[in-house]
Structure formats: C-alpha cells, structure tokens
Design a protein around this ligand. Structure first.
Ligand code: SAM
Length: 288
C-alpha cells in the first residue's frame, strides 16, 4: 500500500500522470500522516458506516476511511485525477469515485443508491472556496446522515462553531446550530499540506439534530430574516433587517419592546431562541 502522505511519493504519482495543481479548486493535499487516521476515527463509528467524501484529491483520506468504513463514495470534480485515484485506491474494494461537482449533485439520490441500510456520514478536507455553500447544502438538503466531519480554514471553524449570540457568530452560525451540534475537534497547521496554504485549518464535527432546537413558522423565510439581520452586522438588527426586507421599523421596535429587548440590540447578541421568537412575531404580524 502506498504511503500517500510521503511527499516524494505524491510528487512521483502526480508527475507520472502529468497533474498540475489548480489553486481555483482548492487543491492542497494533506501530507501530515496523523490527520487522516484521526478524521477517519471520528467519521466512522461501528461496522456499518458509509462515508461520502468530498474532494478525495489523490485519495489520502479516502484510504484511511476505507480501512474503517463499510463503504466510501468519494465525489471529485477534477477528472484529471481519474488515473491517480484508480492507482492509489486499487487496494480497496469498498471505495468508489464519482466525478461530479458536489454542489450540483443530488446527494439524497446518491445515498439511496449507494448506502442502503448504512449509517452515513460525510467526511472531507473541504476545498476552501466552497466551504459555506457545501455545508449549507449538506444541512438544508435534510440528508439522512448522522454527522459531518470536515476540515475547514481555522477562522471558518471558529465562526461555524461559535455560540449563537457571541461576537464571532454570523448567519451561518445560526444555520449550523439550527440543524446540528457543532464542535471543533482539532487544529491542523498550514505545514500539514502540499502546497502549503497561507492559513491554518481545523477539523470540525457537525452532529445532525433529529429536531431543530427552536420552532419557526417558515424555515426559508427564517433564514432570509437571519441573513438580513447579519448583513450589516455593525448596525442594530432593526436597521439591518428593515432596510434589507423593507419592513416597518416602528412595528419591529414594538416587537423588541414586547420581548423586553433593547432597541439598539444587534443580531450577534441574540440567542437562537430570541432570533426565532422575533422572526415568528414578524412573520405573523407583518408577513415577512
Ligand atoms: N482529500 C484530499 C486531501 O486531503 O489531500 C484533497 C483535499 S483538497 C483541499 C480539495 C479537493 O476537492 C481537491 O481534490 C479538489 O479537486 C476537490 N474539489 C474542488 N471543488 C470541488 C467540487 N465542487 N466538487 C467536488 N470536489 C471538488
């Protein structure tokens, strides 16, 4: 079995196949041998684990997942990696590579077709240019998955896993907490990749909730409201939401008053329950 974190081996395989890195696809491959086994440990529980990997690259994480999971389906956009992956994953009969853009893929269909009866998780060293859209797609598609274990830029990890109602929180923090229980698992330094990126990373887990922790009248409108609330995060929530969604400021202020909240409060100071409560009132009274 090839040691896929060995830089000489990586360079040899890539050279043999005439592969050159595409920065636009976020191609920074892991060369720290400690990271992938640890990610696989977190992603694969029990002997019935099915894993969807996003962006296998040369297959370094795929190989570790294959040792622990019943089945791994890796989704890779770059068809130039076809021969490389055929070579590096040859020792494993429980892996499959689907060449597609994960953002355009029907993942629900993929799960039905490939993982019958398995406990499915998603695991990836995510291409950083699509961190937020991938995470939002995985959460909003309401996939039958247990958890998501992914490596993201350290700053993104801190935002995703920040408590709702803290300075670091943003619209995506609210969405992540609505659908899952997020947690930073461990940090990974920039020297763990080839080529070396300009930033450090962290592996996070998002344990999917069976039920959201709050009730909202309409999910789509709620997340529209949340995006509007955080759009101008230095402004008060009243100003930010009223200007984006064109709603009556006085009525909004009355709702805050009824909920004994300051008229000067910003979105980043509000807990998930409070955001849901404000939204439900706006939805009922002003049909936002
Ligand atoms: N898993 C490998 C590793 O850890 O060394 C590679 C990770 S690299 C950060 C990201 C990978 O995602 C690359 O292989 C890249 O080609 C792939 N990728 C980029 N955009 C993608 C997309 N939209 N859909 C699927 N794969 C994508």
């Amino acid at each position: 079995m090839m040691k896929l974190t060995n830089l000489n081996i990586i360079k040899a395989i890539l050279n043999e196949n005439g592969f050159t890195f595409k920065k636009a696809l976020g191609q920074n491959f892991l060369i720290n041998p400690n990271v992938c086994p640890k990610m696989a440990e977190y992603a694969c529980e029990g002997d019935n684990a099915g894993v969807i990997e996003i962006g296998p690259g040369i297959g370094v994480l795929t190989a570790e997942l294959a040792k622990k999971a019943k089945k791994v389906v890796a989704v890779e956009i770059d068809e130039r990696l076809k021969n490389v992956l055929a070579q590096t994953l040859a020792p494993f009969d429980n892996t499959e590579v689907v060449f597609a853009d994960v953002l355009k893929l029907d993942i629900n269909k993929l799960i039905k077709e490939k993982f019958c009866g398995m406990q499915v998780t998603v695991c990836a060293n995510l291409p950083y240019y699509i961190t937020s859209p991938v995470i939002m797609k995985l959460l909003e598609d309401r996939l039958p998955i247990e958890k998501i274990v992914v490596m993201v830029q350290k700053e993104a990890a801190e935002r995703l896993c920040a408590p709702v109602g803290s300075r670091e929180s943003g619209a995506i923090t609210v969405a992540v907490n609505y659908y899952s229980e997020p947690k930073i698992l461990f940090k990974v330094s920039r020297g763990s990749f080839y080529p070396k990126p300009n930033v450090d990373s962290a592996v996070i887990s998002l344990n999917i909730r069976k039920q959201p922790p709050v009730n909202v009248e309409d999910e789509r409108s709620f997340f529209g409201f949340v995006r509007a609330a955080f759009q101008q995060r230095r402004k008060t929530i009243v100003n930010s939401v009223s200007s984006s969604l064109n709603i009556d400021k006085q009525k909004f202020l009355q709702i805050l008053d009824d909920l004994t909240l300051s008229p000067a409060i910003r979105a980043e100071s509000l807990k998930l329950e409070q955001l849901a409560e404000i939204f439900n009132r706006l939805y009922k009274e002003m049909a936002i």
